[in-house]
Write a protein of this length. Structure first.
Length: 243
């Protein structure tokens, strides 16, 4: 992609019963607001039918709406961090270098990201939205589909992880897929201070799994009580995305 960062597929991971995650059905990325005409042609070539956008109004105001090929359905699921509803972008724009150092220096940025990652799993509202995402993915005619947020690493990262976990992909392979973001992240735009926010870390995923266990008890309980899904949805997801 020329202007869509962190664009990549889900697919190829091993899953339950020796099956593999199908390629060519689900993709993930950062926002598409700056997609070039060539990028749009690529989306057409991939057969993308549906785009799920997890960005909220603050994100859209700063970045603009997704550029999509004609005929692609846009599904908006605006997700907000309940502990930071204005978004960290506001901090970047309003705080001085000294204030940023005070707020995010000395490991605070890393800790902030760990806690924010955990909230993506514990927050009931966002759990409902992730459940809506899965239902939408399972609707007839939805795939091939793409899902995105701003950088394609946090909200999008957990959406990818929960899909892979639901498909029975071993946790280490889920982590490996999650960490691939660091090969695509625009980390060069940030100094060392903000690097923990510009990238992902295996500890962020570990925190999500810890919070999941503390909040919901198990992934199965998260699937039912958090996402509002049942065994039929899980069976349908495996039928859709596993070879």
């Amino acid at each position: 992609m020329e202007s869509i960062r962190n664009f990549r597929p889900l697919g190829g991971q091993t899953a339950v019963y020796g099956r593999r995650v199908r390629s060519g059905l689900v993709y993930r990325s950062a926002h598409l607001a700056e997609a070039s005409d060539a990028d749009l042609d690529t989306l057409v070539d991939l057969g993308i039918r549906t785009v799920f956008d997890f960005r909220n109004q603050g994100d859209l105001a700063a970045e603009g709406p997704n550029r999509l090929p004609a005929g692609v359905e846009l599904v908006s699921l605006p997700m907000v961090d309940p502990a930071n509803p204005s978004g960290v972008r506001t901090d970047f724009s309003k705080l001085s270098a000294e204030e940023l150092q005070e707020r995010f220096g000395n490991g605070k940025a890393f800790q902030w990201m760990k806690e924010a990652s955990g909230r993506s799993v514990s927050d009931p509202r966002r759990s409902v939205q992730f459940g809506e995402f899965v239902r939408g993915l399972l609707a007839p005619g939805t795939v091939p589909a793409l899902f995105n947020c701003s950088a394609g690493k946090d909200r999008t990262g957990w959406a990818a992880s929960l899909l892979l976990l639901a498909l029975g992909v071993p946790e280490q392979q889920v982590v490996d897929h999650y960490l691939e973001t660091n090969q695509h992240a625009a980390a060069s735009r940030y100094g060392d201070l903000m690097m923990p926010i510009a990238t992902v870390h295996e500890d962020y995923f570990a925190e999500q799994m810890r919070v999941l266990a503390d909040t919901w008890g198990s992934f199965d309980q998260y699937w039912t009580d958090g996402l509002g899904l049942d065994a039929g949805h899980r069976q349908a997801l495996r039928g859709l995305l596993l070879d």
